[in-house]
Design a protein around this ligand. Structure first.
Ligand SMILES: C[S@@+](CC[C@H](N)C(=O)[O-])C[C@H]1O[C@@H](n2cnc3c(N)ncnc32)[C@H](O)[C@@H]1O
Length: 476
């Protein structure tokens, strides 16, 4: 799968930290980068070169860091691949912080620098301020990369700005930022201010530092079995705390036979818990629906849980290529295999009042999964919610219409943001709100009013939100 988004589809960090990524983009995708083949022969630093190329793809093309990293580190030694991954993931996570420092050190806005140079400086700043690379090595290696990957002409500016960055340590830069920026504390915590404000609306202030720190630590992967196709013991790692279907990954998941054969997969415990929660309260007998199923993580668990209750799952997804991923996630189930269709959930391809249990894992801002998408916090904008909320409401209306009277609907987001969680559910009609935490009694500190809210710092999961609704009357 390509790691790239459509060009122009990526919102920049306008006005919040440094220049918008889209402005930095204006010289084209290569941003002045030298021909790749020539470069391969001239650089002796494959890890930094791979990191630079991957970061260019993230900032100039809107690629997802995790996906392009896999592309660019293929063929590197284990050690180089690990270094390149840390360079890119760490740089992306701290992008706004480094941009503010680069701009102060350079005494000029980032928009006055060549985009490829900005990326070099970001990688250099990460080595100087966060990794324990000695200053002279970080500066020399980045200047060398500038020469081979961009041009001799830019080495002077790269050298000069990096030396200024190296003149202070992280504490020194924190002090300087506090003196110069209103949003210094947010930048030091590696989050845009608006995201911290959104978390602060739903989380006690005393817990915010722990949440922000948890967002900055890459999570260890969780594994999940397809119920009755594999045993948790086959996964090898320690069983998860609350989900009876999963274990911590203790090596490369792809090397586990059950994963390889599609009888198990990789899935955060939070996602396992919200899918399990939909299966637990009483509901009428009948088929189940997953309305936004791609790429199929929850559908794979729900399909097995539905089979246990002697019924079947219909998995529906708007994007055909993501529907194909759902079919792949479900392929290990024997006949009758769960049905997968590509359909717009706002225009249902099925009759009303048809399903006993409906999962709506809605498209959302993803603010609850910042741990696993290093660049996303700087791409997202508060205005994204203006497009997402109407879609979430429309999809929830379909989910409710699709359920049988007395049937259950799970409204799930991997975001705790008030607008796309509680506000969407409160606007829904024809349903009764259940106490979702009663469906997950083993999970401590999960109740957010009548909802479930999981948190990385409390539960070691993504910040999943769950509302459970019961349909009160038939849709006409
Ligand atoms: C949060 S993801 C679902 C993740 C999935 N449940 C899982 O566990 O793997 C939301 C999905 O909704 C899909 N989507 C967006 N708009 C949709 C629509 N109008 N109808 C159906 N699916 C839609 C997106 O393509 C995306 O795959």
């Amino acid at each position: 799968m390509s790691g790239r988004r459509r060009r122009g589809s990526m919102p920049g960090n306008r006005g919040h930290v440094g220049p918008g990524l889209d402005k930095l983009d204006r010289r084209g995708v290569d941003g002045g980068v030298r021909g790749v083949d020539k470069l391969d022969r001239r650089t002796g630093d494959p890890a930094r070169l791979a990191a630079f190329r991957a970061l260019r793809a993230v900032t100039a093309e809107g690629a997802y860091a995790n996906l392009v990293l896999a592309e660019h580190t293929a063929g590197l030694s284990h050690r180089d691949a690990g270094f390149a991954t840390e360079l890119v993931a760490g740089t992306c996570r701290s992008l706004g912080y480094y941009d503010a420092i680069i701009s102060l050190a350079g005494g000029r806005p980032l928009t006055t620098l060549q985009p490829a140079v900005v990326d070099l400086l970001r990688l250099g700043a990460h080595q100087l301020l966060e990794l324990r690379v000695p200053s002279h090595a970080a500066v020399a290696a980045t200047v060398n990369l500038a020469r081979t990957a961009v041009s001799q002409r830019v080495t002077g500016v790269v050298n000069a700005i990096l030396r200024k960055i190296a003149a202070l340590d992280a504490d020194g830069w924190a002090e300087r930022l506090r003196a110069e920026r209103d949003d210094a504390e947010a930048l030091i915590a590696r989050h845009p201010q608006w995201i911290i404000d959104a978390f602060g609306e739903v989380l006690p202030a005393a817990e915010l530092p722990a949440l922000l720190a948890a967002d900055n630590a890459p999570p260890s992967p969780h594994l999940v079995v397809r119920p009755d196709l594999a045993e948790v013991a086959e996964l090898g790692g320690t069983p998860l705390r609350w989900s009876p279907f999963g274990a911590l990954a203790s090596g490369n998941p792809a090397e586990i036979a059950a994963v390889h054969q599609g009888r198990a997969g990789v899935q955060d415990e939070g996602s396992q818990l919200v899918a399990w929660a939909l299966s637990r309260p009483d509901a009428p007998f009948g088929p189940w629906l997953d309305l936004c199923a791609g790429p199929g993580g929850k559908a794979a668990l729900l399909a097995g849980l539905a089979r246990r209750q002697h019924t079947a799952l219909l998995a529906s997804e708007l994007q055909p290529h993501r529907a194909a991923l759902v079919a792949r996630a479900l392929h290990a189930y024997p006949d009758p295999t769960p049905l997968v269709i590509a359909a717009d959930g706002t225009r249902p391809a099925w009759p009303a009042n048809a399903f006993a249990r409906v999962m709506l894992d809605a498209p959302c801002s993803g603010l609850g999964a910042l741990r696993r998408r290093p660049e996303s916090r700087w791409r997202r904008q508060p205005s994204d919610l203006d497009d997402l909320v109407p879609l979430q409401r429309a999809l929830l209306a379909t989910a409710i219409a699709s359920a049988r009277p007395g049937g259950l609907i799970a409204y799930v987001t991997c975001s705790p943001h008030h607008r796309e969680t509680v506000e969407v559910v409160e606007a829904a009609a024809g349903v009764e709100l259940l106490d979702a935490s009663e469906a997950l009694p083993e999970v401590p500190d999960a109740a957010r009013g009548h909802y479930v809210q999981l948190w990385p710092h409390r539960h070691g999961t993504d910040a999943m939100f769950l509302a459970l609704l019961r349909k009160t009357e038939a849709t006409q």
